[in-house]
Design a protein around this ligand. Structure first.
Ligand code: GLC
Length: 723
C-alpha cells in the first residue's frame, strides 16, 4: 500500500494496481507516492483477496452519503451493496439499486471515497452498532480520505476531485411529462394539446420504448411516427422538447444496421468463448456494446445524430446496469423444468417455478461470463460492473461534443458511478406509487446532492402500481422543489397526467405547476450559485444548521439558500410537524402563487396547517427569493421583464439573480447577467440596492424589480425599481 498527499485535506491511499475508473479529474501521473502501512481512521484486514476496512463509530456519529441508496439519510443501521442492479421493487430490505457512489461523510469528523468499480458492501451499524465494515471485492482500489471536520469542506474536496456538477439546459427546469408509453405521434400530440388547452405549463414530453421499431435502438417506427422530422418540429413550435429513451442492448437481427456495424467491427462484449455475449432485454436476444472501448463509444455517440439533427437535446439512457432478463441457456433449463411438470398434478412445485422465473433476471453469474476489452486490458463485467452505465453515458456525451458542440443537453441515465454527475445525471429508477416512496425520494434527493448530483429527481406520482389523486397532488407539490420535475408511470398502471383524475385535482395541479414556473428565476439562479460554490443545491438541514434536531431531520430540506421545503407526505393529512432551526422563518402556504398567505414563526417545533391544495414552504430570515409572476406555458416562451423579490428581512438580505441563454456554455465566456439584489432594514422601512453585471453579448431583459419585503412582525413593505 502507498499514499500520496493531494491537498492539505485529501490523501490518496492506493491498494495494489487499481483499474482507472474515470471518476476523478485529477492528473494521476503527476502523483508522488510513499509506502505506508496503515490508513487513517480504518483498520485493515485481508481475506480471500478481499479487503475489509473497519471503522469505529461512536454513539453520536452520523454517517451520510452513498448517493443512490435506500435507507435513511443517516446511513446507520443497514447494509448497502454497491453493485448496479435493475430491481424495480424498492422495499426497505433491498440492499442494491442502480448506481454506485462510494462517497461517505462521517459528520463533523472526516469523509472518504473508495474508487473501486466492482462489488462493495457497506455494513453500517448493522452487524455491530459501533462499526462500519466495508468489504471490497478486491485488493486493487484507491481510497481518498478527506481530513476535515467541516462537512461542507468534505463535499467540496470530493467535488474538486470528481468534478463540478453538470448543468442541464434551462428548459430542463420546467415540468416534464412521461409515460411508458405514449405509443405514437398522435397520442403525444394529444398530450401536448391537453397541456396548452388546459393552461398547464410543460416543457418536455418523453418517448418511451414504443417509438422504436421492435425496440431496436436508434430506429423510429414509421407506422407510429410517420414523418418524424415534421412531428418533432411541430412539437418544438408548441414549446415542447421531446426526450427519447435509448437502451444499450442491440437486437440480433440480420440487416439491422446497428447490429451489422457492431458485428463487423467487433464492438460487442464477448463471452467466455470469445463469441458475442447474448442477453435478453426488450427486443429479445441482444448484444451489449463494449462502452469501455473508446472506439465503440465514438461509434455509439454519433448515433444520437438521428435525433440531434432534428433539434432534440434531451435523452434518457436506460437499462444500463446492464439489465438482463435472462440468457438463452438459463431460459432453456427453466422451460425444461416447466415441461416436466406438464404431466403432473402441480402443488408445491408451482411456487418453485414461479420464484425461479423471477430469479432468471440479473444473475451474478451472467456478469461474470462476459468481458470488456478496455485500454487497460480485458476485464470481466463483474470486476468493473458499476462502470457500464457511466461509460454508456460517456459515449453519449463524447458524441454530443462532436455533433452538438456547445449545446447543453438533458441526459438522464439509470445506472451511474462516482463522477457521473459531472457529465450528466440520473433519475432514481422504478419507484412505486406508494406514500412511503415520497420519503425515499426526499432522502435520495439529499444524499444524491451530497454526491454531486445537484440536478436529479424521482418518478413523480410513482412509476409502478396505481396512484391516487391525493398521492399525485402531494408528490407534485414535493416536485416543485425537485430539480428534475418529471411525472412518470408504468405500462398498465393508472394514468397520472394532471387531467387524469377530476376537475378539483386538475385545478390544484395546475396551480402547483404554475408555482414551479414562477420560481424558475430563483431555482435557476440558485442552481448556478450552488454549482459555483460547490454547495449542494438541495441540502439536508445539517449542512446549514448545527442544532442536534436538524441533524436528524430527513423530510425537510433546503432548496438553494433561502427556501426550506416541508412537503406533506402522509395521506389524509391537513398539515405536518416542522422543525424551524436557528432563525425566524416566514411561512408561505401557497395555493396560488399570486397570493401571499404568510406568517412569521419563531425558531422551534410546530404543527403547521397545509390543506390538500396548499404547499407549505418557508423563507429563511434575512433572505430573499425571486419570482417571475407572469404566466408562461414553457420556459423559453417569453423573456422576463419583471422580477418580484419576496424577502423576509429583519436586518439585511441578499440575492444574486443569474441568467444566460439557457442552452449553451457561453456563460463560461462571460455571456450572462448577474443582478445583485440587496435589502437592508432602516428605520421605518428598507433600503434597496441593485447592481447589474452583464456582458455586451448577453443583456438582461429585466426592466422592473418589484420588492415585497416582510419584517419580523410579518408587516409588508413594497417598492418598485426600474433597472
Ligand atoms: C425501465 C425504466 C422505466 C421505463 C421502462 C420501459 O423500467 O426504468 O423508466 O419506463 O423501463 O422503457
Amino acid at each position: 500500500m502507498k499514499k500520496a498527499k493531494l491537498t492539505e485535506i485529501t490523501t490518496l491511499y492506493r491498494f495494489g494496481i487499481p483499474f482507472e475508473t474515470d471518476a476523478t479529474v485529477f492528473k494521476k501521473n503527476d502523483l508522488t507516492f510513499k509506502k505506508c502501512e496503515k490508513i487513517d481512521y480504518f483498520s485493515i484486514t485481508e481475506k480471500e483477496n478481499k479487503i475489509i476496512l473497519t471503522l469505529k463509530l461512536f454513539k453520536d456519529d452520523k454517517v451520510y452519503g452513498l448517493g443512490e441508496t435506500l435507507g435513511s439519510l443517516n446511513k446507520r443501521g443497514k447494509v448497502y451493496k454497491l453493485y448496479a442492479t435493475d430491481d424495480p421493487i424498492h422495499t426497505p430490505e433491498k440492499d442494491a439499486l442502480y448506481g454506485s457512489h462510494p462517497f461517505v461523510i462521517i459528520s463533523n469528523k472526516f469523509g472518504f471515497f473508495i474508487d473501486y468499480p466492482g462489488e462493495m458492501i457497506f455494513d453500517i451499524s448493522y452487524t455491530k452498532l459501533d462499526k462500519m465494515i466495508i468489504t471490497i471485492n478486491s485488493n486493487n482500489f484507491d481510497i481518498y480520505i478527506f481530513d476535515t471536520k467541516k462537512d461542507v469542506e468534505v463535499i467540496r474536496e470530493y467535488l474538486k476531485l470528481t468534478g463540478k456538477p453538470y448543468i442541464p439546459p434551462k428548459w430542463a427546469f420546467g415540468y416534464q411529462q412521461c409515460r411508458w408509453s405514449y405509443p405514437d405521434a398522435e397520442t403525444i400530440k394529444e398530450v401536448a394539446n391537453n397541456f396548452r388547452k388546459r393552461n398547464i405549463p410543460c416543457d418536455a414530453i418523453y418517448m418511451d420504448i414504443d417509438y422504436m421499431e421492435n425496440y431496436k435502438v436508434f430506429t423510429i417506427d414509421e407506422n407510429k411516427f410517420p414523418n418524424f422530422p415534421e412531428f418533432v418540429s411541430e412539437m418544438k413550435s408548441m414549446g415542447f422538447n421531446l426526450v427519447p429513451i435509448v437502451d444499450p442492448g442491440v437486437k440480433i437481427e440480420k440487416g439491422y444496421d446497428v447490429y451489422e456495424e457492431g458485428i463487423k467491427n467487433e464492438y460487442f462484449c464477448k463471452d467466455e468463448n470469445d463469441k458475442n455475449f447474448v442477453a435478453t432485454v426488450w427486443p429479445g436476444y441482444t448484444h451489449f456494446p463494449d462502452f469501455l472501448n473508446p472506439e465503440v463509444r465514438k461509434w455509439w455517440g454519433e448515433k444520437y445524430k438521428l435525433f440531434t439533427d432534428l433539434g432534440i437535446t434531451g435523452f434518457w439512457n436506460d437499462m444500463n446496469e446492464p439489465s438482463i432478463f435472462f440468457v438463452p441457456k438459463t431460459l432453456k433449463e427453466y422451460l425444461k423444468k416447466v415441461d416436466k411438470l406438464k404431466e403432473k398434478e402441480v402443488g408445491l412445485e408451482f411456487f418453485m417455478i414461479k420464484d425461479e422465473a423471477v430469479s432468471l433476471s440479473n444473475r451474478r453469474e451472467y456478469y461474470k461470463s462476459f468481458y470488456h476489452n478496455t485500454p487497460q486490458g480485458k476485464y470481466s463485467n463483474d470486476e468493473i460492473h458499476n462502470l457500464y452505465g457511466y461509460y454508456m453515458t460517456k459515449a453519449t456525451v463524447e458524441g454530443f461534443e462532436k455533433i452538438i458542440p456547445n449545446k447543453r443537453y438533458l441526459l438522464l441515465s439509470r445506472s451511474s458511478y462516482a463522477g457521473h454527475h459531472r457529465i450528466a445525471t440520473i433519475w432514481m429508477g422504478d419507484n412505486m406509487s406508494w406514500w412511503e416512496h415520497m420519503l425515499v425520494n426526499i432522502r435520495m434527493l439529499q444524499s444524491l446532492n451530497l454526491s454531486g448530483f445537484f440536478y436529479t429527481g424521482a418518478d413523480i406520482g410513482g412509476f409502478g402500481s396505481n396512484t391516487s389523486p391525493e398521492l399525485v397532488i402531494r408528490w407534485m407539490q414535493l416536485g416543485v422543489f425537485s430539480p428534475l420535475y418529471r411525472n412518470h408511470s408504468a405500462l398498465g398502471t393508472r394514468h397520472q397526467e394532471p387531467w387524469a383524475f377530476d376537475e378539483y385535482t386538475e385545478e390544484i395541479l395546475r396551480n402547483t405547476i404554475k408555482l414551479r414556473y414562477a420560481l424558475i428565476p430563483y431555482l435557476y439562479s440558485e442552481f448556478f450559485n450552488s454549482v459555483d460554490s460547490l454547495i449542494p443545491f438541495i441540502s439536508p438541514l445539517f449542512l446549514y444548521f448545527n442544532d442536534e434536531i436538524s441533524k436528524n431531520i430527513e423530510d425537510q430540506f433546503m432548496v438553494g439558500n433561502s427556501i426550506m421545503a416541508t412537503p406533506v407526505i402522509q395521506p389524509n393529512a391537513k398539515g405536518r410537524y416542522v422543525h424551524l432551526p436557528e432563525h425566524k422563518w416566514l411561512y408561505w402556504k401557497v395555493s396560488n402563487y399570486k397570493y401571499r398567505n404568510v406568517k412569521v414563526y419563531e425558531p422551534g417545533d410546530y404543527y403547521i396547517d397545509a390543506d390538500l391544495n396548499e404547499i407549505p414552504m418557508f423563507i429563511k430570515e434575512n433572505s430573499l427569493i425571486v419570482l417571475n409572476e407572469e404566466e408562461i406555458n414553457y420556459i423559453n416562451e417569453k423573456s422576463i421583464k419583471e422580477l418580484t423579490v419576496i424577502g423576509f428581512v429583519t436586518d439585511s438580505g441578499e440575492f444574486t439573480y443569474f441568467d444566460d441563454d439557457g442552452e449553451t456554455y457561453n456563460f463560461k465566456n462571460g455571456k450572462y447577467v448577474k443582478i445583485n439584489i440587496s435589502v437592508k432594514k432602516i428605520e421605518n422601512g428598507y433600503n434597496y440596492e441593485i447592481e447589474k453585471d452583464e456582458s455586451e453579448d448577453f443583456v438582461s431583459t429585466i426592466e422592473i424589480i418589484k420588492f415585497e419585503i416582510y419584517d419580523e412582525k410579518g408587516e409588508k413593505y413594497t417598492e418598485v425599481l426600474e433597472i
